[in-house]
Ligand binder design. Structure first.
Ligand code: ATP
Length: 247
């Protein structure tokens, strides 16, 4: 049986001034699954993420989402085709309330026309509250975004990414800089989100994603080292060798 792939890369390559950060990576991502892209420092994970999310174009090869070649698509067009991302860097309006931050993201999606109808505005508020409840911020809707703890700001970014109702959610090191407690609740949230949509996340810490991912993609020196189920990856000698001494 062939897997139902929502996203695949074909010979994806990215060079920076002659240095090849990602080399000839062809890999598929299954629909409805949680896939983690892992690899040691400098493996090419961020480069891969930025190519998947359209931050910059490949030097060679292509990214295909639902049979559509995304090459040449502008950054904002990714959300329109169903791909949203949550960044490592915060992407929120710090002076606005938590609710407003999500409402603005929802507004961007429905367009200007509906904005002046009171009913439409209330529907947006309801949806924003729903998304905030989903990410665990239901009790914080009126606070300004800058008042939130780091982990809560990351959760807010996710609510903003979900406002586009993506088929595919891309996350770059979602637990970076988090306390152990924040990390645990973020992992729970990721599992919950992955139950309803395809999630691809980049993560430096291998142990953390092993327990929650359906599939793992391992990069090393910009190349695809292995791909498979967590158990296969754990047992893979090359992966063990690459990670030895790292943790
Ligand atoms: N804009 C750039 N210009 C030049 N070299 C770059 C650029 N971006 C990345 N690189 C190089 O490409 C390689 C892969 O970097 P990348 O950030 O993709 O790795 P990574 O796996 O995300 O690493 P880390 O876990 O340390 O974040 C590194 O050697 C890096 O120095």
């Amino acid at each position: 049986m062939t897997a139902d792939l929502i996203l695949r890369t074909e010979n994806l390559t990215r060079r920076f001034a002659g240095f090849t950060a990602l080399n000839d990576v062809s890999v598929g991502f299954e629909r409805g699954k949680l896939t983690a892209i892992i690899g040691p420092n400098g493996a090419g994970k961020s480069t891969f993420f930025n190519l998947l999310s359209g931050t910059f174009p490949p030097s060679e090869g292509r990214v295909v989402f639902e049979q559509r070649d995304l090459s040449g698509l502008k950054q904002h067009e990714f959300a329109h085709v169903g791909v949203s991302k949550s960044f490592q860097i915060t992407n929120i309006f710090p002076a606005f309330s938590v609710l407003e931050n999500v409402r603005i993201a929802l507004q961007a999606r429905v367009g200007r026309l509906n904005f002046w109808s009171r009913r439409a505005a209330l529907a947006l508020d309801d949806r924003a509250r729903e998304l905030l409840a989903l990410v665990g911020l239901g009790a914080h809707t009126r606070r300004t975004a800058r008042e939130l703890a780091h982990g809560q700001q990351r959760a807010l970014e996710i609510a903003i990414a979900l406002a586009a109702d993506p088929k595919l959610l891309l996350m770059d090191e979602p637990t970076a800089g988090m306390s152990p407690e924040e990390t645990r609740s973020m992992m729970d949230l990721i599992v919950q989100l992955a139950a309803e949509r395809t999630v691809v996340l980049v993560e430096h810490k291998m142990k953390m994603v092993m327990g929650i991912s359906d599939r793992i993609v391992v990069l090393h020196h910009g190349e695809l080292l292995a791909t498979g189920k967590p158990d296969d990856i754990r047992a893979n000698d090359e992966v063990k060798r690459v990670y030895l001494g790292q943790h």
